[in-house]
Design a protein around this ligand. Structure first.
Ligand SMILES: Nc1ncnc2c1ncn2[C@@H]1O[C@H](COP(=O)(O)OP(=O)(O)OP(=O)(O)O)[C@@H](O)[C@H]1O
Length: 619
């Protein structure tokens, strides 16, 4: 038997935190498939055996377990007593079967308590303000550092020994492990692009938790909860074995094991029988966990059905009536990040405008601050980053509050405006959609959140938007999961999400880097179509200066966190760039007509360029 302590240390060690598995088939079909597999059949059979003895054990063998035959004290196995008798002359097999109920119920309830408390605590850092989150994290760390068995013993003794106290003790001792697991899983999900996308749509923290975090952390939690029942069984048995668990006249497997140990060398059968029962039940829980994870752990989240008052057929928020000012006007945007003992400034007070309907490229080497600039203007950067500016005016609304650009919109109306008027297309299409939700559900989200649409209407509009981004058979595609899409299709779905509203600006942060050239062209054509048909401005980030030259009308050149030049693409293409860094970037573009053997021009790491802007641009 593994030590209860090691067993209680549980879930984090047993989990492979990763991508949720894809959900290609319906849950019913998946359930039937797994049930027909050897694993499913074995788990179901074992579970039925355990359940049978837990339910009927005391009824069928309770009487036999109580009858004492004083002529047969500590008897060895015989035809009448297959596992022999105990020191009181009672049939051991009947007592083992009768004790199944108490042992299993204690294990299941303790595991349920541990998982519940652990999940609640573990999710707190995801939804709580940052400082409280950090405090909870530290508290989980401290609780984990305390040996779990010791914790269980202390709680058990404090609460007065017995079945109830052992359940509470084990549940509370298991909770920190589940809390850490939940917190780690939650953190891995909240850093993903689809959560950032949800934030842009103005989805609240609680809703992000329910719709995006929980479905993606559920599978490992389900597996661990089931394995946890086996763990709890071993722990409860251990505590009872030590005399700290179930007390007479009740008995569970642990207490019986304790009583049988005195005679183990002369009559090992009772101990072996008990050991077999404990191992069988433990393995059953582990198998059940595996089956549950495969069968139900990949369910589409049921989600609370919420009907809203229908206000019209479009999900778009009313378009603010603004003058023909730039769609985005940024002044003195600065991003600071903690580094070592001090602060680094990856974005150094940049200023720029993007006019309505304009397509503006941002180019620069890796690390020049392009992505941070985009995220900052979309209100997506949170602590520990400091984002300050004298003004960030989007679509007529000032985003800066007391010199800072908040990581979340300050009001519901602003969240609605950002959710419907600003679209963000991320670099990696494989992370920008939630793998646990149907694509249509995700596209429809903004209609539910900001458009006042009913679920059905939002879905209809989502299908319409998927058609608008030229996805064939959009109704079927809407019912598929992101893994059933190609990279290009995912990018289109992300753009379709943006088109649920009436976006005034699409920020596309290297949207084609992860795609092959053909798909790249399709995505660019789509962005251009959105630009032409809706007058949507595009802020297009890329390393690829030739791509930017062909796609954009104007280019902002970033170097070490500053915009060093703003010029038209004609000027760029015809070699009229003024800043030495821009000229070096252009010179580094390889040409097909270069003579064989010609060395490519590169920008070396130690190359230094002035940070002052040569035209409009840097503050
Ligand atoms: N969350 C963060 N915390 C601290 N520093 C960061 C953070 N994000 C980015 N940085 C740093 O800021 C600098 C600019 O990063 P950014 O992602 O904006 O560069 P980029 O120009 O978009 O690069 P790439 O083209 O490779 O995506 C980099 O040095 C990066 O290490």
């Amino acid at each position: 038997m593994s030590s209860p302590d090691s067993a209680l240390a549980g879930p984090a060690a047993a989990t492979a935190v990763g991508e949720p598995m894809p959900m290609a088939v319906s849950s019913r079909r998946r359930f039937l498939t797994i049930l027909r597999s050897p694993l499913g059949i074995g788990a179901l059979a074992a579970l039925m055996v355990v359940a049978f003895f837990a339910v009927f054990g005391p009824v069928l063998w309770g009487e036999a377990a109580r009858q004492a035959d004083l002529t047969q004290l500590s008897a060895k196995p015989s035809a009448d007593h297959l596992l022999g008798t105990d020191a009181g002359g009672r049939d051991v097999l009947a007592r083992v079967l009768t004790a199944t109920r108490l042992s299993i119920v204690t294990a299941v309830l303790s595991a349920a308590l541990g998982v519940f408390v652990g999940v609640v605590i573990g999710l707190l850092p995801t939804i709580a303000p940052r400082r409280l989150g950090r405090l909870v994290n530290s508290a989980i760390g401290v609780a984990l550092a305390f040996p779990a068995l010791l914790l269980a013993i202390v709680v058990s003794i404090t609460l007065d020994v017995g079945a109830t106290s052992v359940t509470l003790a084990i549940g509370l001792a298991m909770a920190p492990s589940y809390a850490r697991l939940t917190q780690t899983l939650g953190a891995s999900v909240t850093g993903r692009d689809f959560v950032a996308a949800a934030r842009i749509l103005g989805v609240s923290r609680a809703r992000i938790l329910v719709r995006h975090v929980l479905p993606n952390v559920r599978d490992p939690l389900i597996v661990n909860a089931s394995i946890g029942a086996g763990t709890a069984l071993v722990a409860a048995t251990g505590l009872s074995f030590l005399g700290l668990g179930v007390q007479a006249p009740d008995y569970d497997w642990g207490r019986m094991l304790n009583e049988s140990m005195g005679a183990i060398y002369v009559n090992p059968a009772p101990s072996l029988g008990l050991g077999a029962a404990i191992v069988f039940a433990g393995v059953t829980f582990a198998l059940a966990g595996e089956v549950l994870a495969r069968a139900f752990g990949l369910h589409r989240p049921s989600g609370r059905r919420r009907r809203r008052k229908t206000t019209g057929s479009t999900a778009a928020a009313p378009v603010p009536q603004v003058a023909e000012d730039p769609v985005l006007r940024v002044r003195g945007l600065r991003v600071e990040a903690p580094r070592g003992d001090g602060w680094a400034t990856p974005v150094r007070g940049v200023s720029f405008d993007i006019d309505r309907g304009e397509i503006v490229g941002i180019v620069g080497e890796s690390g020049s601050g392009k992505s941070l600039t985009c995220m900052a203007v979309a209100s997506l950067l949170e602590e520990p980053l400091h984002v300050t500016a004298s003004s960030v005016r989007f679509d007529g609304t000032e985003l800066v509050v007391r010199g800072k650009v908040p990581g979340r919109p300050r009001s519901k109306s602003l969240a609605q405006q950002l959710g419907t008027r600003l679209a963000f297309v991320f670099q990696d299409p494989s992370t920008s959609l939630n793998p646990a939700l149907h694509v249509g559900t995700q596209v429809a989200e903004v209609g539910l959140l900001h458009g006042g649409l009913s679920r059905r209407e939002a879905r209809r509009r989502a299908v319409d938007r998927l058609a608008a981004v030229r996805l064939s058979d959009p109704a079927r595609r809407a019912r598929q999961y992101p893994h059933e899409f190609s990279g290009g299709m995912r990018q289109r779905a992300t753009i379709a999400m943006g088109l649920m509203g009436e976006p005034a600006l699409v920020i596309a942060d290297e949207p084609t880097t992860a795609l092959d050239v053909t798909v790249q062209r399709e995505v660019l054509a789509l962005l251009r179509k959105v630009n032409r048909e809706h007058g949507t401005a595009v802020m297009f980030v890329s390393h690829d200066i030739s791509l930017v030259s062909s796609f954009c009308t104007r280019v902002l050149v970033m170097y070490r966190g500053a915009i060093v030049e703003s010029l038209s693409t004609e000027d760029l293409a015809s070699g009229r760039a003024a800043h030495p860094y821009t000229r070096a970037l252009v010179a580094a573009v390889p040409h097909m007509d270069a003579a064989p053997g010609t060395e490519f021009a590169t920008i070396t790491e130690d190359a230094e360029f002035p940070l002052d802007a040569v035209r409009e641009g840097s503050a």
